[in-house]
Unconditional design. Sequence first.
Length: 96
Amino acid sequence: MKQLAWALVLALAGCTKPSAPMPESPTFTSHIRAITKNRCASCHFGKTDWTDYAIVKQNKDKIFKRVVKDRTMPPTGMPENERQAIGVWITQGMRE
Ligand code: HEC
């Protein structure tokens, strides 16, 4: 019974808890690209390829607004810690 309870706790945690801990000082190469590849690349490529550092940097204000402030992107939602990672990364000056 105890085991079943734990399995349930873990299953629930899997839905609501962040998929990975939020890094304190994220960089594009080690953190952000993995997020945008996962969450954005299915819709955004070409001129809005958010896995491309230079393109993201150019569009940082739009991305901050849509992902961190208004939360309208991605349309299907995203874990809170990933939004925070993107926000922190932009605020800290977008380290590559
Ligand atoms: C299911 C498809 C889909 C996903 C996934 C998605 N987007 Fe979008 N995004 C769109 C569409 C369609 C538009 C254009 C319509 C609009 O502005 O709402 C858009 C517009 C945007 C814009 C405004 C672009 C501009 O030039 O004004 C930004 C910024 C943006 N998305 C960022 C993101 C980021 C960052 C992610 C991932 C974290 C993401 N989107 C994930 C479909 C998506």
